[in-house]
Design a protein. Structure first.
Lengths: 239, 946
């Protein structure tokens, strides 16, 4: 049959339908008396269940804003649910089985929970021990997941601190001899006997190249005539 | 014993995390919402306007109208039905959005301003795509499948529910003033059922009409009308006035749409605008001539009709004879427009155009100036990314000069060579000097702008240094470490993009045409293969890349070649047959192009560009391919010179009919393996079994739930190794690289994801023969030594990939994308088949890590830190010029690009290395020593005098 004619057919019915029910009934035998029936909402033996729970955030955070970026995963995204503004969640239409409940968000770390749903819909929550899946450590149901702590994504930059530098072994190795060199002559200055003793001590002469001097010579340009005098002078001063 | 282990692991782990100040320095993310199916203009509070968009990818989102940025975005569960994504059916009131989700089984109520879910209501357990939702009089009316429900707003329990006996095929709510009715149709026996909803929210007894041939496909419903077309006849039924208007138009109709009292009936040549009035019934108000590239839309206030084409936007007033046309900036690479959503405000028209290429464009049209202003545009087809390649930028001028210097080998003239060298070196010098002068000028200008303190000076010097390294503003050429690339992204929507890897900006776009359709792969995935045929290494020649897809109408294969730097199409060839399989040849022709070979259903062969027989070397005349069939696997030999395909082996690899092939992974022919062997604790060398012809096939048995991984040599058909894991399930992911295969599967027994690794070795020195190239045909005396290990992994896996570096020297990392949106980096040092159970001191000395059953997932190891990437389908890795660095692009609902350093940046200075401080200290020391020298001299002189 051609569709257009059928549509016109429909139109007649529509026209008739509202004003006069009786005529409508008479005019068309095709009209069925209330084909749909109201089904009372008696719970059928349902095979799908809901996993419910609540999240606890640190006191400083408000759930109403945070939950915009949060989702609940069952078995790594096999079923998902969203967190409501009051921090509760419900994942609907889950068949019986065992599920891992995880909270997807970028701010906090949540401990995953394992939920077992029996074929009759009985729920059992337990701590997820991934290494020993048979370990039973029952948790209350409805689930309650609390944030273990903020998620850390970054390394800390090494900050420059004065104490770090002072106590580093290199600095200690430099500072201790320096202290000895500077303070010992001062101490001996008050004690002439000790001073004499020190002077008598034969210091082993090591021919160490003086880096500072070398640099100074290098950058100071040619001053060969005075060089000896300078070194002599500095040698004197050292005493 | 555990403590040192943990310490080593944390040491390795901490080396991968980035610093907080590196955020966004070399990574970027593009968040996408998908191809819009429905767009609503909306005002949130009194402030800014938003667009509420539900998309084909089951994403409900809100865009800021002024900027096009995402206000919020909620990713629903993947819909099983393609036609009806989750969240598509939604309605709104002043505060909430009500959307039907879970395949028509529940309603989610969202806050309009921030996307937080307020409530969740259950409809029924029956899935359905026939959905309708309406909110009025403080009540929410929902129809889905068989169910019809009324909720009082704020309640979780329905006021009333009726369930029909059968599934509906059409369902809609109609409202006029305070009267609300629900109209539905049933498939098969052409019933139209009308249910009136009374003022207290209860349903009145439904009335039924039997009608034949009510075709949902050819009907449209709006405010109080159902309009249908058939050939050139148009029928409009008024649901409330109980009147049917019909009219016959002068041409065959193709589609019907409309809003309010207006109907747009589109034929092939023109669109008729009809209006229903109480006095005159259905009347044609206007007819507008159209071309096939035009799309028609109507504003929200039903006063003007928008006709958009790639060149212009025409606005036609319904109530007056006025109309005007405003020119658009034409771009060949944007497709024709699919749908128009428009509204008129006081000043101008605000129009959202959605293209066939999923490009969302927001334009305003001003009547006075007749100008189309492009406010913003979003390329949403990227959500369907299927193929990605990263191509080097062209050589810089100085690199070209160096190339030039060595290019002309034919000339032996010493003087000419010398002159050339001097010339190129002078060029380099000039370049260097100009660059430094530019930098100095930059520093000076920034200094004069910012101030003149010492801190300012240091900061400006630092900033200048960074400008040089980031180079996003610099010329379009290769940077020193080749870290900046052009990312070519091919989508299954028919678009190709060139994206700058330094900041994620679009360089170019290519629209493959309306006839585009992706190829179907053997594993039932859409794919649009992309091949880089010539890189930019040959600086006299431009790069060349090709995509292969099929023609929607003829199903024949089409190959489009383009320049990857600018997106210019070089050639477009349509084959005479559908493409069954295709590959890039491992040999190049005299123009350095690696040809692509396309094999048809009946083994027809075409090679683009063609390759001459004399360009083939004896070792490259034939190619071996693996061909998957229903229950068997075939090895094919393709003779390139004679263009013949011959099967050389066939077998079932020990698979039964219950086995389903879930993944096949070969190796790319240009993968580099740096070290041939691995030094054992005993100081022996264990040589890697590196077979370029090896393919890994993962199958899963439906009955026994057994996962089998078979390693087969494609050339000979020899099964090199086969391993089975019981009680496992999808998702299964496979990575095949060098001499190892890593795989993940869901273990039903342990209820956890497990990560396995298989490594192949040729054994130690005695039975290893050093050879130039691996040859499958040389019979191996001994089968390879196999090491395998499994680890527990506490997260799900969406996609898996492996890092690539230039020389293959750096320890590889496996990248694992989680459903939660994180991308986890697992070092091969941890995912190692040779981690010993007992750690001896000798092993500890070698820094080996003892076996631990679990691979820990720490948030520090997420390469995308808090920049989550959802529904990741693939992760593309590509080497950079630095051996330590691998470039990574993860694609799914979002795109995320970053640099990966699997073993730390061992070949460059740390990015916090302070050049300025070091040079300041150095100059200070030099100056200091000079000054003290002076002082010492005068001091010495003074002491001489005294």
């Amino acid at each position: 049959m051609d569709t257009s004619t059928l549509l016109i057919n429909l139109s007649h019915h529509i026209i008739d339908m509202w004003p006069l029910k009786s005529i409508f009934l008479l005019s068309s035998l095709a009209l069925l008396s209330s084909a749909t029936e109201e089904v009372s909402r008696t719970e059928q033996t349902s095979t799908l269940f809901s996993v419910e729970g609540e999240l606890a955030l640190p006191a400083s955070r408000n759930c109403a804003k945070w939950s915009a970026g949060a989702r609940v995963h069952l078995n790594h995204g096999q079923y998902i649910g969203f967190v409501r503004q009051d921090c509760t969640f419900r994942v609907d239409f889950v068949p019986s089985g065992t599920y891992i409940v995880q909270i997807e968000n970028t701010d906090f770390v949540f401990e995953p929970i394992r939920v077992d749903i029996t074929s009759k819909g009985k729920m059992r929550a337990r701590k997820l021990t991934i290494l020993q899946p048979n370990n039973v450590n029952t948790l209350p149901y409805p689930l309650r997941l609390s944030a273990r702590g903020p998620a850390r994504y970054f390394r800390k930059r090494e900050e420059w601190r004065i104490t770090d530098m002072l106590f580093s072994p290199m600095v200690l190795m430099l500072v201790v001899p320096l202290v000895v060199m500077l303070i010992l002559p001062k101490m001996t200055a008050n004690d002439p006997e000790l001073k004499r003793e020190m002077e008598n001590m034969q210091m082993p002469k090591v021919d160490m190249p003086d880096v500072g001097e070398m640099m100074a010579n290098f950058f100071g340009g040619p001053a060969p005539a005075k060089k000896k005098a300078v070194t002599a002078g500095s040698g004197q001063r050292r005493k | 014993m555990r403590l040192p282990l943990l310490v080593t692991i944390t040491l390795i782990a901490s080396a991968t995390a980035i610093f907080e100040d590196q955020v966004g320095k070399f990574d970027w993310r593009k968040q996408l919402i998908g191809c819009p199916a429905r767009v609503d203009f909306d005002k949130i509070g009194s402030k800014s306007d938003r667009l509420l968009i539900s998309t084909e990818q089951s994403i409900l989102s809100s865009l800021v109208l002024n900027t096009g940025n995402i206000g919020w975005r909620r990713i629903m569960e993947d819909s099983n039905q393609v036609v009806q994504p989750n969240g598509l059916t939604f309605t709104k009131d002043h505060e909430y959005i009500y959307s039907i989700s879970s395949d028509g089984r529940s309603i989610r109520v969202w806050h309009k301003n921030n996307g937080v879910m307020a409530r969740q209501l259950t409809i029924s357990e029956q899935k359905s795509t026939i959905q309708a939702i309406h909110v009025s009089n403080g009540r929410l009316h929902v129809a889905s499948g068989k169910t019809l429900m009324v909720f009082r707003l704020g309640d979780d329990k329905p006021l009333e529910t009726i369930v029909a006996k059968r599934e509906r095929s059409f369902s809609a709510f109609f409202q006029q003033d305070d009267h609300l009715v629900h109209v539905s149709a049933f498939p098969g026996d052409f019933n139209l059922e009308i249910v009136k909803i009374s003022d207290d929210g209860s349903f009145e007894t439904p009335k039924q009409v039997i009608i034949d041939g009510f075709d949902v496909e050819k009907c449209h419903h709006q405010s109080q009308y159902i309009s249908c077309y058939h050939n050139s006849q148009l029928l409009v039924a008024d649901v409330f006035a109980q009147k049917v208007h019909k009219t016959t138009l002068d041409s065959k109709l193709q589609s019907i749409s409309g809003s309010g009292r207006l109907f747009l009936a589109r034929g092939s040549q023109k669109v008729h605008i009809l209006e229903v009035t109480s006095e005159n019934g259905l009347q044609v108000r206007k007819s507008i001539d159209l071309t096939s590239s035009d799309t028609v839309g109507i504003t929200e206030n039903h006063e003007s009709i928008i006709v958009a084409s790639p060149e212009s936007i025409r606005i036609v007033f319904v109530n007056s004879g006025k109309h005007f046309e405003a020119k658009r900036e034409k771009n060949e690479q944007n497709s024709r427009i699919r749908s128009i959503f428009a509204r008129k405000n006081e000043k101008d028209w605000e129009i959202v155009l959605v293209g066939n290429d999923c490009r969302i464009e927001f334009v305003t049209v001003d009547e006075g100036s007749k100008i189309v202003n492009l406010e913003w545009a979003r390329e949403e087809s990227l959500i369907n990314t299927v193929s990605v390649e990263m191509v080097d930028l062209p050589l810089s001028e100085s690199q070209q000069m160096i190339e030039d210097e060595f290019e002309e080998e034919g000339q032996q003239n010493i003087i000419a060579a010398f002159v050339r060298r001097i010339h190129s070196q002078v060029g380099q010098l000039i370049r260097q000097v100009t660059k430094n002068v530019e930098k100095a000028i930059q520093v000076v200008t920034s200094l004069s702008r910012d101030g003149n303190g010492v801190a300012d000076f240091i900061n400006s010097v630092r900033a200048a240094g960074q400008i040089g390294s980031a180079s996003s503003s610099g010329p379009f050429e290769r940077d020193y470490f080749n870290l900046r690339k052009v990312i070519i992204v091919v989508t299954s929507s028919g678009t190709v993009f060139g994206i700058d890897s330094s900041d994620g900006s679009y360089l170019w776009k290519l629209w493959l045409g309306d006839a585009f359709s992706p190829l179907e792969s053997q594993l039932d995935q859409k794919r649009v293969p992309l091949f880089v045929q010539r890189t930019t290494a040959h600086y006299q020649l431009d790069g060349l890349a090709s995509v292969v897809f099929s023609n929607k109408i003829t199903q024949n294969g089409v190959i489009v070649s383009f320049n990857p730097m600018i997106g210019k199409v070089e050639s477009r060839n349509e084959l005479g047959y559908p493409v069954k399989r295709l590959t890039i040849l491992p040999i190049h022709n005299h123009r350095h192009v690696f040809p692509v070979m396309l094999i048809g259903k009946n083994d027809e062969i075409a090679v683009f560009p063609s390759i001459a027989p004399e360009e083939l070397t004896p070792s490259t005349t034939s190619l071996y391919l693996l061909d998957l069939q229903k229950s068997s696997v075939q090895g094919l030999k393709v003779d390139i010179s004679t263009q013949k395909v011959t099967p050389i082996w066939q077998g079932n690899l020990g698979l039964t009919s219950d086995d389903e092939i879930v993944a096949v992974k070969g190796k790319s022919f240009n993968q580099k393996v740096h070290s041939q062997g691995r030094v054992l604790v005993t100081r022996e060398v264990q040589y890697k079994y590196i077979n370029p012809n090896l393919a890994a096939v993962a199958t899963i048995n439906k009955n026994t739930q057994q996962l089998t991984i078979t390693l087969v040599d494609i050339v000979t058909g020899q099964v090199v190794h086969s391993a089975s894991i019981g009680k496992s399930a999808k998702p299964i992911h496979l990575v095949h690289s060098e001499n190892w295969i890593a795989y993940t599967y869901w273990s039903e027994k342990g209820r956890r994801t497990e990560l396995g690794i298989i490594e192949l070795y040729e054994g130690t020195e005695e039975n290893h023969t050093q050879k130039e190239m691996f040859d499958s045909k040389i019979v191996q005396k001994l089968p390879p030594v196999v090491a395998q290990q499994s680890y527990i992994y506490a997260q799900g896996v969406d996609a898996m990939s492996v890092s690539e570096t230039e020389q293959g020297l750096t320890t590889r990392s496996i990248l694992v994308a989680h459903p939660s949106g994180n991308i986890h980096e697992v070092s091969r040092r941890l995912l190692d088949a040779n981690r010993p159970m007992e750690l001896t001191p000798a092993m500890r000395e070698e820094m080996m890590i003892g076996y631990m059953p679990e691979i820990a997932v720490a948030t520090e190891e997420m390469i995308n830190y808090n920049q989550t990437v959802h529904r990741v389908r693939g992760i593309k890795t590509s080497p950079s010029g630095l051996e330590s660095t691998s470039l990574v692009l993860a694609y799914g609902t979002d795109l995320f690009f970053t640099r990966l350093v699997p073993s730390g940046t061992f070949d460059i200075l740390k990015d916090d290395f302070d050049h300025v401080l070091i040079s300041l200290v150095l100059t200070g020391l030099v100056v200091g020593s000079y000054v003290t020298k002076r002082l010492a001299r005068s001091n010495a002189l003074a002491s001489q005098w005294s």
